[in-house]
Every structure is written in C-alpha cells, then in structure tokens.
Design a protein around this ligand. Structure first.
Ligand SMILES: [Ca+2]
Length: 234
C-alpha cells in the first residue's frame, strides 16, 4: 500500500479511537442457564475486539463437580484451595487499559469458601494481590463480592497500557467442608465482567519484527545450506 495512504488510514483509525475513548466491557460471562457447575474453560459471553481469551473461565487446584449443583451458576464443590482464573491476550499493535470490574456476583453454600483473594499478573510478571474478598451470598440470589479496589483499576499502573497479557485469579479460602460449593451466580446483566479500553498503538515507520525475523531466518537457512555444500553434505 502507498505509504502516505497507509499513514492517513492509520491516523484516521487513531483519531476514531481517541474520540470514543471510554471504558467498555472488555470481557463478561453470563451464567443464566448454566447448570451442572458449567464447563471448565467456559467461553466468555462477550469479548471486545483486539483481545482474546482462548482458555475461557478456568477452575484449577482442588475442587470437584459431583453432588447437586445450583442452577444458573458456574463453579464447583470442595473449592477450599481451588482457583478460578481467566487470561486476556492483547492483539499485537494494541494496548489494553483496565478501568475496573463491573460485575462480580457470587454465591456459596453454608460450608463453601467464605473468603478469597483476587490476584492479577501481567505477562510473566509477579502475581500481585488486588483485593481480599468476602463471599456473603448463600442463597440463590447470590451477592456481589466487588470491592472498591476492584471497581477502580485505573490507578494501578501495571494494569494500564498492557500490550501482552493479563491474568486474574480468584483463590477461594476458608471453606467449612469438602462439600461446600462456590459459584459465579446469576444476577441481572453479566455476572462477571471487566471494563476497560483498547487503543491502537501509534504506527512506527520501520519494518515489523516479523519481517526482521523472516529476513533473519532466510539468511540463516542460506548460511546453513552454504556450510553443508562446503562440507560436501547433501
Ligand atoms: Ca446474569
């Protein structure tokens, strides 16, 4: 493409992003209609452009999915040292700035985990505690476990201008028994969701890394072929 036209198009795209810069739903899960604890790796119900979440909503650690699960809820039983997590991968050329959690509706049984901890990890960085959680809802209407720390992520530098990935993990604690349940619970709207903003990074007028990598790989192959010929290998 003509360089001038390309720069004009990129400039127009950037201007569009700037004009509409406001927090929107980046990812959200709806658990209405989810039964039998829901699938492990539950696909997001809404996902913004330029981010991916290939693994879905994942449970790991110690848990089981036997017994009689609640309706319209995603979770597990025996979550005493279980973890629920999800990862957002940002498309190359974009950056993600997180504004806050919008919804975080939970329910548990009487012997389910009463408290938890929410951590974030950007790329391969350190796992950092974002907030301690209280799971107060023990009936079918559940309760929000949002904290002020979760609602405003804009002041956390690490969660702004993310260009690789971010993982949130919920560690459930203090279960009263091995059969205690814990769920993301149905409420009006999305039941677990995150707000933020995606921006196109400013164009840089140099060959892209992939181009350099291809050039490098090509040169490497030529060199190996030349070496082999010199040594009389086929
Ligand atoms: Ca819902």
């Amino acid at each position: 493409m003509n360089k001038l036209i390309r720069n004009i198009l990129l400039g127009a795209a950037l201007a569009g992003f700037t004009a509409s810069a406001q927090a929107a739903t980046i990812i959200g899960w709806e658990v209405n209609g989810v039964n039998s604890y829901g699938v492990n790796g539950y696909t997001a119900s809404v996902l913004a452009d330029y981010v991916s979440n290939a693994a879905g909503l994942v449970r790991s650690g110690e848990f089981d999915t036997s017994g009689s699960p609640a309706s319209n809820a995603w979770g597990a039983r025996g979550f005493s040292s279980g973890v629920v997590s999800f990862t957002l991968n940002v498309t190359d050329g974009y950056e993600l700035s997180l504004a806050g959690f919008d919804n975080f509706w939970t329910r548990r049984s009487g012997t389910g985990p009463a408290t938890g901890r929410l951590y974030y990890q950007v790329g391969n960085g350190e796992k950092t505690l974002l907030s301690s959680l209280n799971f107060t809802g023990t009936n079918s209407t559940g309760a929000s476990a949002l904290t002020s720390a979760m609602e405003d992520l804009s002041t956390i530098e690490a969660l702004q201008h993310i260009t690789d990935s971010v993982t949130f993990s919920i560690e459930n604690l203090n279960a009263g028994g091995a059969t205690g349940t814990w769920y993301i619970s149905n409420h009006s709207g999305y039941d677990l969701s995150l707000l933020g903003e995606l921006k196109l990074l400013a164009p840089v007028d140099v060959p892209e890394p992939s181009t350099w990598a291809l050039l490098g790989a090509g040169a490497g192959l030529l060199f190996i072929t030349w070496l082999r010929r010199r040594r009389g290998e086929s």
